[in-house]
Every structure is written in C-alpha cells, then in structure tokens.
Write a protein that binds this ligand. Structure first.
Ligand SMILES: NC(=O)c1ccc[n+]([C@@H]2O[C@H](COP(=O)([O-])OP(=O)(O)OC[C@H]3O[C@@H](n4cnc5c(N)ncnc54)[C@H](OP(=O)(O)O)[C@@H]3O)[C@@H](O)[C@H]2O)c1
Length: 324
C-alpha cells in the first residue's frame, strides 16, 4: 500500500481536478501491473492497472490482490464505467483499500458490491497517509470547501516585512524553490488586497518543467474587481468563506499578508500552516498576523501539530496541521 500511495502522490498534480488514486495488482508478492489516475482525471487507476495487466498477458486475476488507495468509484459516469464493476468483473482474490470514499455516490457501495461478488475486501491499511494525501478532496466532499494552507516566510522574530513593507526576500533560494513547488500543488493562491497593491505578485510557478502548473490567483478584498494593471484572471473574494462557492477546487494556499492570514484564521479556515523561518532578525517590522480575536492563551494551545520539519539551505521549514 505504501508503494501505491507513493505512486498516487507523484501524480497528484496531473490528475486535477480529480483526486489521484493508484492501484497495484500483486501476484505472489510481485507487482504485476499498476495504474494511476490519468492526466485530467480519466481513465481511473483500476482501469489503467487492469488493462496494463491484460497487455502483459494476465487475464485471470483469481490469484491476485488489488491494492487501491481509495475505494473504487461505484457510479457510472459519461467519462467511463464504474471501477467497482471493473474490479468485480476482474474477480481478484482480495481487494485492499486504504480509505473509504466520502463521495455519497460511492461511500461503502463499492465495497459492498465487491463483497457481493465474493471478493474479500480489507480496508484501512494506510488510511492516515491516504487521508493526508487526499485532504483537499475529502474536505470538499465533507465540508464543502477545499483544504486551505497558510504559507508564511518570517524572520526569527516573526516579522514578514520591514516596517516600510519591504519583504523580498526574507528567505533564500532553496526555501523559495520549495514554496514554488508548493504552489504547483494548489488550485488557487490567495493574497490580501495590500499585498496585491504593494507587491503586485505574479504568484506563478517558476520551476523548470512546472511552469505550466501555475494555479489561479485570487485576492481577498472589499474593493471589488482587480484593476487591469495587476494582470488578468484575478478572482476576487470579499470574504474567506467565498472560497466555498468555487467548485472543483481541492487545494488553496493563502500567501499573506498579515491581514489575509488573520482573516482566514479568524474564520477557522486554515487547515495547515507552512512556515519558512529565515535566520534574520528584523525588529520593528510587520508581524506575520493581524489580530485573530484570541481571548486566552489556553485557547491557542493544542491547536496545531508538527508533521514535517527540515532545513532548506539556511532556512527552516516547518509544516503544521490543525489537530481537530
Ligand atoms: N513574508 C511573507 O510571507 C509575505 C507574504 C505576503 C505579503 N507579505 C507582505 O505583507 C504586507 C501586506 O500585508 P498586510 O497585512 O498589510 O495586508 P494583506 O493581508 O496583504 O491585505 C490586507 C487586505 O486584505 C483584505 N482583507 C483582509 N481581511 C478581509 C476580510 N475579512 N474580508 C475581505 N477582505 C479582507 C483587505 O483588502 P482591501 O483593502 O483591498 O479591501 C485588507 O486591506 C506587504 O508588505 C507584503 O510584502 C509578506
């Protein structure tokens, strides 16, 4: 399942707007075929794996196990058959599924269909990692909004700019390249109105091979549509909750500044915080956050857990997920 999850994660950007799912077909402890959601979302992983196995001359799956990172889809779409039917027809010995699909058209139905076909089904192996990888998809299905990450680049003393607004650059090349790779995973990047006016950011992905993967840009503002001078294609959000109105969006990154970050935190709409901390001290500058309405320190504790931490050149990257 770990191999299947790795495969799924590698294709996460390409599968958009669908979640990236992988399927490994294993016989006698050897992976004989594998599939992952194709570019643009179809064909699905199970169809890719089964057709790959057939091309390799495997037509009988009776002694095979299928490892699938998300419950197969149970609904027939205009873009292809239900994977639950494809897998049931292939009739493997066992199907191992990391995570049940929260999509109501499938939830539990595919598992029931496979069991009715006499196939042994095991769920839950690798569930946490699968849920982590599919956070945007799950969030959209269960909460009606995407997974939202807040990205901050700060000095040691928690400042994101000098008092005069200068913020380019706080961190070094490696941290910035990492941040660009994060951008490529997003559907939309949001900045606040002040950042738009002050920095006129491009918010694109400036990494070789990923230049075509720049997400859409949005600005949080009460001032209406964005003027032409800032470039084309800006979405405007008059409040953080408007994010929920945009369909087919799984991952959003809020890139600051302090006002936009505070607005999303106050609205309880930040699921993940990504901090790049540079070994510089700014003193009286601009703090990473404006007021978030915190009444007591007790309310601030146990809200976040560290899930990743590493050095990127001279800078420290830390990633936190909300605990509940
Ligand atoms: N180091 C970093 O990681 C980083 C990243 C980004 C920016 N920055 C720096 O941060 C500075 C700007 O930060 P800032 O705090 O002054 O401004 P900001 O967060 O970029 O923008 C604040 C603006 O966001 C809009 N806004 C805030 N809350 C809102 C809400 N609830 N509903 C609707 N709109 C809302 C308003 O826009 P309108 O005024 O348009 O209505 C508000 O004036 C710049 O110096 C920039 O260079 C640093």
């Amino acid at each position: 399942m770990a191999a299947a999850l790795n495969l799924a994660q590698r294709s996460a950007i390409l599968a958009r707007p669908n979640p990236s799912i992988a399927c490994l077909i294993v016989r006698n402890n050897i992976v004989v075929a594998r599939g992952v959601t194709a570019q643009g979302g179809r064909p699905h992983a199970e169809a890719m794996a089964i057709s790959g196995a057939k091309r390799a001359g495997i037509n009988d799956f009776g002694d095979c196990d299928f490892y699938i990172t998300l419950e197969p889809c149970a609904h027939i779409s205009s873009r292809g058959p239900a994977c639950a039917d494809l897998v049931a027809e292939a009739a493997p010995r066992r199907v191992i599924i990391a995570l049940e699909d929260p999509d109501q058209r499938t939830a539990g139905k595919a598992i029931a269909r496979l069991q009715q076909a006499g196939i042994s089904v095991q769920t839950g192996i690798g569930r946490d990692l699968a849920a982590h990888h599919l956070a945007g998809y799950i969030s959209q299905k269960t909460r009606g909004r995407p997974h939202i990450m807040l990205k901050l680049a700060t000095s040691l003393d928690g400042q994101i700019a000098l008092a005069n607004g200068e913020s380019q650059w706080i961190t070094g090349d490696q941290a910035r390249a990492h941040a660009h790779a994060q951008r490529a995973r997003q559907d939309i990047i949001v900045v606040g109105g002040e950042t738009l006016r002050h920095d006129q950011p491009r918010l694109d992905v400036r990494l070789p091979g990923l230049r075509g993967r720049s997400p859409r840009r949005a600005v949080l503002t009460r001032q209406g549509p964005v003027a032409e001078q800032y470039g084309e294609g800006w979405l405007t959000l008059s409040s953080p909750s408007q994010i929920g109105d945009i369909s087919d969006v799984h991952h959003i990154m809020v890139e600051g500044g302090a006002g936009a970050a505070a607005a999303f935190l106050s609205a309880n709409m930040v699921d993940e915080v990504l901090i790049y901390r540079a070994p510089i001290i700014i003193g009286k500058g601009r703090a990473a956050l404006h007021d978030i309405g915190l009444a007591s320190l007790a309310d601030a504790h146990d809200q976040w857990r560290l899930v990743d931490s590493r050095m990127l050149g001279k800078d420290r990257m830390e990633r936190y997920w909300r605990t509940a």
